[in-house]
Write a protein that binds this ligand. Structure first.
Ligand code: ZN
Length: 171
């Protein structure tokens, strides 16, 4: 888990992320979480892309096995169930704190007025994208994003078990 300031990603990291995404990875400013083998799992992206586009999703889940596992989890309808947890005041407060932490991390890199107050994944009061929430949880570590933590607990994937493809062999 890694939060700002990030070390600059290596060329090998950017190449691996490009393979993971199936397109050239652009505006990568760091690797926020890694697989047990060291491959990037969560990529940190500049809040304003080179072409000027605001990009709110600071923490993007790039690992194919992780994204597939989260997609499978979303398909079970678990998002509605997790959203009901926000009826609990303590959990709702923790989710709001996660939202504010996400914004603070991003602001520490660059302030982009167009996306001020907008974090990711539905925070602070909805559950819209478990990929974004799990990505945040992986970057921030356990105990920061309560919904992201629960998504990771229930997903059939773990950063401790390498399921990486051989990216180099993929060329
Ligand atoms: Zn791996």
């Amino acid at each position: 888990m890694t939060r700002p300031p990030f070390d600059s990603p290596s060329a090998a990291d950017v190449a691996t992320v490009s393979h993971q995404l199936g397109r050239p990875a652009r505006n990568v400013i760091g690797i926020a979480a890694r697989c047990a083998c060291g491959a990037p799992t969560v990529v940190a992206t500049r809040p304003r892309l080179d072409d000027g586009t605001p990009f709110p999703t600071l923490y993007y889940l790039s690992h194919p096995a992780a994204t597939a596992a989260i997609s499978a989890l979303e398909a079970t309808g678990v998002m509605a169930e997790l959203a009901t947890l926000l009826d609990e005041p303590e959990l709702a407060a923790a989710y709001l704190a996660a939202h504010e932490s996400y914004l603070a991390d991003r602001e520490s890199i660059e302030s982009v007025p167009e996306i001020a107050g907008i974090s990711a994944g539905g925070m602070p009061n909805r559950v819209k994208c478990l990929h974004a929430l799990a990505g945040h949880a992986l970057a921030a570590g356990p105990g920061v994003n309560p919904i992201g933590d629960r998504a990771l607990e229930r997903a059939g994937w773990s950063p401790d078990v390498c399921e990486c493809e051989d990216y180099e062999a993929m060329g």
